[in-house]
Design a binder for this molecule. Structure first.
Ligand code: SF4
Length: 231
């Protein structure tokens, strides 16, 4: 970590032990409690990872858990997406309430894969240049397909970090600069696999540290959590 970044973060995090405690506790919780979704299996290829991330955007994981195997059965690889027309793809997504935008995005990515020797780009700027890909999806592709050390900050991730480290957030995550700074430090901690830490935070904030309901008394983070200290 550079001196400037360290100074910046020092202003946000008063105690580095709290940071280490956060990652250690969450990773050990994740080992025992991780949600076993089909798209998290180690053996799956880039295509299936990317499809799952697109389907999951703004949609409950439980809805996608049921639909994902059907999608993969119908469209098992990029070639099947290249071959289908956009209208039919959108129609396939429609019954489960998945937006037309997702169909368009899947088609758009398949056309890039087609001209890129059947591969998805592994560069952030190249991914962001694809119409419909935003920061979260570009980062998810880099973390999950190419093992890059990046945080995957959604509203649940931001809520957990904001509560634990006492950082206020607005609804607009693009403005949550302090959350991003802390998330980058967390992800860059030595010997941490970014995908494990990201999934640990996502799962923990979906099961324990919920938006409207928390079980703080049973929470493994409560001894150092800022929100708990002030309840
Ligand atoms: S102690 Fe409560 S607020 Fe803090 S992380 Fe745990 S569940 Fe969330």
């Amino acid at each position: 970590m550079g001196r400037d970044t360290e100074d910046n973060i020092s202003k946000l995090i008063t105690n580095y032990d709290d940071l280490k405690f956060f990652t250690k506790q969450l990773l050990s919780w994740y080992k025992k409690n991780k949600r076993d979704f089909p798209w998290r299996k180690k053996s799956i290829d880039h295509y299936k990872i990317i499809i799952s991330e697109i389907l999951l955007q703004k949609t409950q994981a439980l809805t996608i858990e049921e639909f994902y195997p059907k999608f993969i059965k119908e469209f098992p690889n990029w070639q099947s997406i290249i071959d289908v027309n956009e209208y039919d793809l959108v129609e396939f997504l429609y019954p489960v309430g998945l937006s037309q935008r997702k169909g368009r995005l899947i088609k758009e990515i398949s056309s890039i894969v087609k001209i890129n020797s059947c591969k998805i780009p592994s560069d952030y700027d190249e991914l962001m240049a694809i119409k419909g890909i935003g920061d979260y999806l570009a980062s998810a592709i880099l973390v999950l397909c190419f093992d890059q050390k990046l945080p995957l900050i959604d509203i649940n991730y931001a809520r957990l970090v904001s509560r634990y480290f006492a950082i206020p957030i607005s609804r607009d995550l693009r403005r949550a600069k302090k959350i991003k700074q802390i998330a980058e430090v967390l992800t860059n901690t030595e010997n941490i696999k970014a995908s494990d830490l990201n999934f640990a935070i996502i799962d923990f904030s979906s099961v324990i540290c919920l938006a409207k309901q928390t079980v703080c008394e049973k929470c493994i983070l409560c001894s150092k959590c800022s929100k708990y200290k002030y309840i």
